[in-house]
Design a protein around this ligand. Structure first.
Ligand SMILES: NC(=O)c1ccc[n+]([C@@H]2O[C@H](COP(=O)([O-])OP(=O)(O)OC[C@H]3O[C@@H](n4cnc5c(N)ncnc54)[C@H](OP(=O)(O)O)[C@@H]3O)[C@@H](O)[C@H]2O)c1
Length: 190
């Protein structure tokens, strides 16, 4: 099977059991080992079950990503066991920067060549742009979740549209992308 992200062997997904759960499955389907972060062990179990029989696998990481010590420990453990992370997909609730800084520090402890930090942000980013950036060799990519206007009516994105947009960002390595649209901002769903 053609694999458009053949350079990715190991990925970390923060926010893995919510709307990004189908992304984890797609990555596993491409033979990738996915470190899946969420607090709830049961939902991680379900994700692991769904990935059964595919080429890659899910490594469940049941932790609160706001606990920096635990996050550091688990990322270090994951990389010791599996090898350096190639891609991190981060859908994180506030405060965001300490979580991203922890990820970058831990990945850089094991990896000295470029890797992708795909940061998924909500549409409020349109009004309050997120300006933090990591040091190299991290390649920071920001994916803004917008909305859709169809037949004159606006709606929020479906989970599948979000996953397709994030996956496209990994493949295309764009620095910035918007899933759907954020203009005109006044037309966003209320
Ligand atoms: N512009 C748009 O269209 C747009 C933008 C944003 C959101 N949305 C929609 O909003 C819906 C709900 O969003 P949501 O924020 O609830 O996201 P979600 O992706 O549905 O769930 C949040 C994910 O993050 C994990 N998580 C949350 N806090 C955590 C923590 N402190 N530590 C570790 N993991 C944590 C959750 O697992 P645990 O709870 O087990 O930790 C879960 O895996 C989405 O399904 C999406 O469709 C749409």
């Amino acid at each position: 099977m053609d694999n458009p992200i053949g350079w990715v062997r190991r990925a970390l997904v923060l926010g893995s059991t919510g709307m990004l759960s189908p992304l984890c499955i797609e990555l596993v389907n491409q033979g990738i080992t996915v470190g899946a972060v969420a607090r709830t062990a049961e939902s991680l179990d379900r994700l692991q079950q769904k990935s059964g029989g595919l080429d890659g696998r899910v490594v469940p990481m049941a932790l609160d990503y706001h606990n920096r010590d635990r996050l550091s420990h688990w990322i270090a453990h994951f990389q010791l066991m599996e090898g350096p992370v190639d891609v991190v997909v981060a859908w994180i609730r506030h405060p965001v920067v300490p979580v991203l800084e922890t990820i970058v520090a831990e990945v850089h402890a094991y990896r000295h060549i470029p890797w992708q930090l795909v940061h998924v942000v909500g549409s409020q980013n349109t009004m309050e742009p997120f300006s933090w950036r990591p040091s190299p060799p991290a390649q920071y990519q920001q994916v803004t979740l917008g909305f859709k206007i169809e037949s004159g009516t606006s709606r929020w994105l479906t989970d599948q549209e979000i996953v397709d947009g994030v996956y496209a960002a990994i493949v295309d390595r764009q620095d910035f992308s918007v899933v759907g649209t954020v203009t005109p901002w006044e037309r966003r769903p209320r």
